[in-house]
Ligand binder design. Structure first.
Ligand SMILES: *Cc1c(COP(=O)(O)O)cnc(C)c1O
Length: 404
């Protein structure tokens, strides 16, 4: 396992492990893995290890033997025949990231990120979060015995995520502002040495998140789907997926790239707008708003990386309304028995939209990454699932209700 950290923008190598941006041009950082130890190898050589993040250890920039792990990854890839039939699609699949240890894909990045913090000898880790990053970081920090500080936008974090961060013992600070403001503060705290930053601008996080794409290809026996669809918030995950695909391609394990579809909520859609205008950079959205709190981000830190991922794969960005998100969420639950939080349902809503416009054809092979668990946001679930029927405690009264 050898690698360099370099600047996404100017390409210079960055040696100081504590920096979260390029000291020369302030650009985004990225890890470049040396894949030469894998030359001549095949995916089946990795399959002796159980499915999960660490099956792909040669692609990850930390020592597997010292990894802080909760056995993340190895999530199901469901073939959604019922929903597919409703949408006139034969090959619709859902990669269900809600099955991770803390209920979201963030665990894939956090096992690598927290392992890196331990390797660097850091004692306190921290992040700004719309919820899932803090839930995940708090759990991995607990496992590693590190202090943990999380900054959350007040009133805008789903209940399940807040409960998790508090439960695992993080210092939870509610900021009178939005995610973008919280991220700005925590970056400055990191710069002054108060904590090791584990937001996804930390280039080690996306390295772990690459494994969601590795697993999809692994589960499909390297049959490359036509499209991979996922929600875009702070925009590191779509970059991670893109990076994973390029690594398998560079090794010759796949010979084409799936087209990436980035889905944003229409109330916080800077990447969608930039894509519509054919731009490689974006203008932040000032007051982001959406029911999908995990992607309620106006100034995505990895936004330029996301645009590269979309353009390079001949992909698209699409926006969906909150109403479309909630319809997609319910449809997935009621046709497939799969429960996901609103941000994850954005990917389903995106497929519905692109299917209706004809952009997705009936025989396209499509994989939706559903990023987080239904129970993360119980308030939204209860609000959108209809009434509870109330009854007297008698057979007769109950019978009357069920025959209605
Ligand atoms: C973090 C998160 C996202 C957005 O991922 P980015 O890498 O910020 O684009 C989407 N859905 C869920 C459930 C998340 O927790």
């Amino acid at each position: 396992m050898s690698y360099i950290v370099k600047c996404f923008d100017c390409g210079r190598e960055v040696k100081d492990g504590l920096l979260d941006s390029c000291p020369t041009c302030s650009g985004l950082l990225t890890v470049e893995m040396d894949l030469s130890p894998l030359a001549g190898k095949k995916l089946k050589d990795l399959r002796k290890a159980p499915m999960g993040v660490w099956r792909y250890a040669p692609f990850l920039p930390v020592d597997q033997n010292k990894a802080v792990s909760l056995l993340e990854g190895g999530t199901p890839l469901y073939h959604c025949k019922n929903l597919g039939e409703k949408l006139g699609m034969k090959e619709l699949r859902v990669k269900y990231e809600g099955a991770n240890p803390t209920g979201s894909f963030k665990d894939r990045g956090m096992t690598v990120g927290v392992s890196r913090a331990v390797e660097l000898g850091c004692k306190v880790v921290g992040c700004a979060s719309t919820g899932n990053t803090s839930a995940s970081l708090a759990a991995y920090a607990a496992k590693a015995g590190l202090g943990c500080v999380v900054l959350l936008p007040s009133g805008k974090v789903a209940l399940g995520k807040l409960a998790q961060a508090m439960f695992y013992g993080a210092k939870v600070i509610s900021i009178d502002g939005n995610f973008d403001e919280a991220l700005d503060i925590v970056r400055r705290l990191a710069k002054e040495g108060h904590l090791y930053l584990l937001n996804s601008i930390n280039p080690f996080r996306p390295e772990g998140q690459k494994t969601v794409a590795f697993e999809i290809l692994d589960q499909l026996d390297l049959q490359v789907p036509d499209r991979i669809v996922l929600p875009v918030g702070n925009a590191a995950n779509i970059w991670a997926v893109y990076k994973a695909l390029t690594e398998f391609r560079d090794l010759g394990w796949i010979d084409k790239m799936p087209r990436l579809v980035g889905v944003q909520a229409s109330g916080s859609n800077p990447i969608f707008k930039a894509f519509e205008e054919g731009k490689h950079d974006f203008k932040p959205v000032e007051h982001p708003e959406t029911v999908a709190t995990a992607i309620r981000i106006g100034n995505p830190a990895s936004g330029r990386k996301a645009l590269k991922a979309i353009y390079d794969t001949d992909g698209v960005a699409v926006e969906v309304t909150d109403e479309e998100i909630l319809v997609g969420q319910k449809l997935l639950g009621r046709t497939e028995g799969i429960g996901v939080e609103p941000a994850s349902a954005a990917s389903i809503a995106g497929v519905i939209k692109l299917r209706q416009s004809g952009e997705i054809a009936s025989d396209d092979q499509v994989v939706c990454i559903c990023t987080g668990n239904l129970l993360k946001d119980p308030d939204t679930v209860i609000k959108n699932s209809g009434e509870i029927l109330k009854s007297k405690a008698t057979m007769e009264a109950v019978k009357r209700l069920i025959s209605n």
